[in-house]
Design a protein around this ligand. Structure first.
Ligand SMILES: *[C@@H]1O[C@H](CO)[C@@H](O)[C@H](O)[C@H]1NC(C)=O
Ligand SMILES: *[C@@H]1O[C@H](CO)[C@@H](O)[C@H](O)[C@H]1NC(C)=O
Length: 245
């Protein structure tokens, strides 16, 4: 799997890279739980509209705390970040991918449609055991589907910024990254599944933590792409790289 080969490629670096972790936003925090509670207990949409100003009925992705192009970001408008959606059952995410930037393999508790606005993005989707790998190239105006619970990943093939929008049929769609999820499991189980993993000082937890953090939802791309664009992993996107004291 992609994340594992990336991880194995990274393992020899662990311990040699020293850096200070940037503060990164891993999950959406609920902006206004009281308003969400009131909206959810309202009987009708008319009642809900009476509780909301015009300003609360428009969403500005650029002001989402995750908004970034270095290396990129997934900015969610969902029940946490935009209260009106808590009663609607939809999430819309703006996907910003800087040059070569990628989303690590992950899945959602929702069906997911992704539409490209700019650039060229390669996507990979594995629905479940026994399925084939579905690979797509998204150019502007192209859309693909990642059905509920499918594992998917994508990267910007180009050296310019890419933007896409992602639509999910749940206001609380969740995102689970496979790499992090795997290392949350007990070491004995993980090492039985993948006995070839080189652990950092024999420490399972520390090895898992050496993975690029979920951060703003996007991470720096792989070396061959970055080289093609004249970018190196050390000068670019250090905020999502391995950080080990
Ligand atoms: C959206 O948010 C950005 C970042 O906070 C801000 O600069 C911009 O003015 C906002 N746009 C509108 C139309 O309010
Ligand atoms: C393993 O790494 C974790 C995370 O860095 C650390 O908290 C823990 O103390 C380490 N365990 C040992 C036995 O060194």
């Amino acid at each position: 799997m992609m994340f594992m080969s990336a991880l194995i490629g990274l393992t020899p670096l662990i311990g040699s890279l020293v850096g200070k972790p940037e503060v990164v936003v891993a999950v959406d925090t609920t902006s206004d739980p009281d308003l969400v509670a009131k909206l959810k207990s309202a009987a009708t949409m008319l009642d809900r509209l009476d509780m909301l100003s015009d300003e609360q009925l428009v969403y500005n992705f650029s002001s989402n705390p995750k908004y970034s192009w270095h290396p990129g970001s997934v900015s969610n408008a969902n029940a946490a970040t935009w209260p009106i959606l808590s009663t609607v059952g939809v999430t819309v995410a703006q996907l910003n991918l800087g040059p070569c930037a990628m989303l690590a393999p992950h899945h959602h508790r929702a069906n997911n449609l992704v539409v490209a606005v700019s650039g060229t993005t390669n996507t990979y989707m594995y629905q479940e055991n026994g399925a084939r790998m579905v690979e797509q190239t998204l150019t502007p105006g192209m859309m693909t589907i990642f059905p509920r619970a499918s594992v998917h990943t994508m990267y910007n093939t180009g050296c310019e910024n890419n933007q896409l929008y992602s639509f999910l049929d749940d206001a609380d769609a969740s995102t689970t990254n496979l790499g992090q999820a795997f290392f949350m499991m007990p070491k004995d189980i993980g090492m039985t599944v993948m006995p070839f993993i080189e652990l950092s000082n024999g420490n399972w937890t520390a090895t898992g933590q050496a993975m690029p953090q979920v951060g703003t939802g996007s991470q720096a791309g792989f070396e061959s792409c970055l080289e093609k664009c004249g970018l190196s992993t050390s000068s670019y996107a250090t905020n999502n790289r391995v950080v080990m004291g």
